[in-house]
Design a protein. Structure first.
Length: 121
C-alpha cells in the first residue's frame, strides 16, 4: 500500500510541476486549464500540511485545503487591489510561497530531530 501512495504523490507532483511550467511559459493548451488550477490548489495545501506533524490525517487534510483556498483568495484580492492581475505572477507567487514553506518545514523537522537526539543522551 505504501508504494501506491508514493506513486500517487509522484504523479501529483509531476502534474503540478507541468501546470506551473505551462502557465509560466504561457503555453495555450487545453491541458493547462486542468493542470494550472491543480498546481494552485495543491501546492499551498501540501506545504501547510507538511508543517503539521503527528496530527490526525483528516485534520491535516482539512487545514491544508482551507489554507490553500485562503492563500489563493488573498493573493487574488491583493493582485486586484494593486491592479496587477497576472496569472503568471500568481503561479510564480504560489510557487515561491510553497518553496519557502518547504524550507521552513525542512528546518523545523531538522531541528526537531536534533532535539530528539539530544534528549536520548
Amino acid at each position: 500500500m505504501g508504494s501506491k501512495v508514493a506513486v500517487v504523490k509522484v504523479v501529483l507532483a509531476v502534474a503540478c510541476a507541468a501546470g506551473a511550467v505551462l502557465a509560466l511559459a504561457d503555453v495555450q493548451t487545453p491541458v493547462r486549464m486542468v493542470l494550472t488550477p491543480l498546481f494552485l490548489l495543491v501546492v499551498p495545501g501540501a506545504a501547510v500540511a507538511g508543517l503539521l506533524r503527528d496530527r490526525d490525517p483528516l485534520a491535516v487534510l482539512t487545514v491544508g485545503a482551507a489554507a490553500s483556498l485562503a492563500i489563493n483568495v488573498l493573493l487574488a484580492e491583493a493582485m486586484l487591489l494593486f491592479d496587477a492581475w497576472s496569472p503568471r505572477a500568481g503561479v510564480a507567487t504560489i510557487g515561491v510561497l510553497g518553496f519557502f514553506l518547504l524550507v521552513i518545514r525542512l528546518l523545523y523537522r531538522g531541528q526537531a530531530t536534533v532535539e530528539q537526539g539530544a534528549g536520548t543522551r
